[in-house]
Design a protein around this ligand. Structure first.
Ligand code: BES
Ligand code: MN
Ligand code: ZN
Length: 482
């Protein structure tokens, strides 16, 4: 699908369907009698995500006009516009429209709005069914137009930015959507290298031998049970002018999590193909960062492994030595994410990262705490936390700060090693974060537990079911707005 900006008067916009946002209490003054009648008859009231489709609207070249409810105008921000656009787009796509436009006017026609509308359409266009062989009923939208009558031609930059970001988020969703037989650590590394080559980024993949030399015993222990070799993926972006800030984006890349010998129940195990969503988010973010050229250095570090039960698999009770030198007693092989992230965080510090942000589908406990709405955010540094929270809020990605004080360290006691990889029954998302903090050490660090938010079990009006691509927009804004 191509996207374009059109600055002509609304009457001149040609398309299969033109989306117009109409608000509560507006009484339809926008398109004269027809929309006024819709409001009067109460068929349409402007409530969020209400639709009314008009054919052959008088005075317009558009063949159809889709009114979509925007709710209360004072609550309608660019995040709401992104969602509304996505929902209207999917509504029209289902009705086989191939050429769709949206009208942006009256107070929501700035650069942020143009970018959000483009993002809403591209994100709404994504479907996770690429492995279905019957393509008969597949709908394709060819073109999406953002119409800003009389707008500034400079808005073109915003259109382009929206496209770059949404396509990168869709790359993440594509990677996460692949089942584990088609998305091994080696395949993930190859996909990262292909992206990097296309975007002129450096990409280096550390193989098992190199990781052994370096002493990444914590990561390698997890990889032992799989026939698939692990990979540590490193993607580097360097700004044109040297910068003192070097952001490290660390993403959990477990391409399948069977639990290892502490095996998971069969029910729902198929979903554990999305256990590399954190890593995929960093690959998507780097694709956008390469094109948007922020002023800081950014390195993505993605430990990729498969957590399996092969005869060489690590056993509960095994003690491994991490890259940091700390020894870890592996009390539960299903707490593998923190084991690979421990070495990745240490490695990121060795590469000179001054700030660290990690994203990981780390715990079921965060799903218990926050459901599928908020990402759990943990931080050792208020400054970095504020930056991440501000970026997330601006992008409409909901994040909620969880506690991380010293007292929780009591939950992590091992009789035989420096620390165990699990705590007790309670506060599981916090003990996981507390474990990671030992390895982020003194470097300002934010940890995002995306176990509840990286996968949508049910479709939403603006998004298909499946991978959400959460995090990508926040990471891109964090870097570009530094
Ligand atoms: N990948 C899982 C966490 C997860 C759970 C992600 C549900 C998505 C949905 C992680 O590796 C895991 O298994 N965590 C365990 C930790 C426990 C053994 C301390 C968990 O949360 O049960
Ligand atoms: Mn696990
Ligand atoms: Zn896992």
């Amino acid at each position: 699908m191509t996207t374009r900006l059109d600055l002509q008067p609304i009457e001149a916009i040609e398309c299969d369907a033109l989306i117009v946002v109409a608000f509560e209490g507006q009484k339809g003054e926008r398109f004269g009698d027809v929309t006024a009648e819709l409001y009067e008859s109460k068929e349409f009231s402007g409530k969020p995500l209400e639709f009314a489709l008009l054919h052959r609207p008088a005075g317009l070249k558009a063949r159809r006009l889709l009114l979509v409810g925007g709710g209360k105008p004072e609550k309608f921000d660019s995040a709401a516009l992104r969602k509304t656009t996505g929902a209207a787009f999917r509504h029209l796509k289902a009705k086989s429209a191939r050429d769709i436009a949206i009208l942006l006017d009256s107070g929501f026609s700035g650069a942020e709005h143009v970018a959000s509308a483009v993002e809403g359409a591209i994100l709404g266009d994504y479907e996770p069914d690429i492995h279905k062989s019957d393509k008969k009923d597949v709908k394709v939208v060819d073109q999406f137009t953002v119409a800003v009558p009389g707008g500034d031609p400079a808005l073109e930059a915003a259109r382009k930015r929206g496209q770059i970001i949404a396509e990168s988020q869709n790359l993440t969703r594509e990677l996460v959507n692949e089942p584990a037989n088609r998305m091994t650590p080696s395949v993930l590394a190859a996909r990262a290298q292909a992206m990097a080559a296309q975007q002129n980024l450096e990409c280096e993949v550390l193989d098992q031998d190199r990781m052994k030399q370096l002493g990444m015993g914590s990561l390698l222990g997890v990889a032992m049970g799989s026939a698939e070799p692990p990979a540590m993926i490193v993607i580097r972006y360097k700004p044109a002018a040297p910068a003192s800030t070097h952001l490290g984006l660390v993403g959990k890349g477990v391409t399948f999590d069977s639990g290892g010998l502490s095996i998971k129940p069969a029910e729902g195990m198929e979903k554990m193909k999305y256990d590399m969503a954190g890593g995929a988010a960093m690959i998507g973010a780097m694709q956008a960062i390469a094109q948007l050229q922020p002023p800081i250095a950014v390195t993505a570090i993605i430990p990729a492994v498969e957590n399996m039960t092969g005869s060489r698999a690590q056993r509960p009770g095994d003690i491994v030595t991490s890259l940091s030198g700390k020894t870890i007693e592996v009390l539960n092989t299903d707490a593998e994410g923190r084991l690979i992230l421990a070495d990745a965080l240490t490695y990121a510090r060795r590469l000179g990262c001054t700030h660290l942000v990690d994203a990981a589908t780390l715990t079921g406990a965060i799903v218990v705490a926050l459901g599928h709405i908020y990402v759990g955010l943990f931080s050792s540094d208020d400054g970095l936390r504020d930056r991440v929270m501000a970026a997330a809020a601006a992008e409409g990605e909901k994040m909620w700060q969880m506690p991380l004080d010293e007292d929780y360290k009591d939950y992590l006691k091992s009789a035989f090693a420096d620390l165990p990889n699990i705590g007790g029954r309670w506060g599981g998302a916090i003990t996981a974060a507390t474990f990671l903090k030992e390895f982020a050490d003194s470097t300002p660090w934010v940890h995002l537990d995306i176990a509840g938010t990286a996968w949508l079990d049910d479709p939403k009006p603006h998004l298909s079911k499946g991978p959400s691509g959460v995090g990508v927009r926040t990471f891109v804004r964090l870097a570009t707005g530094w």
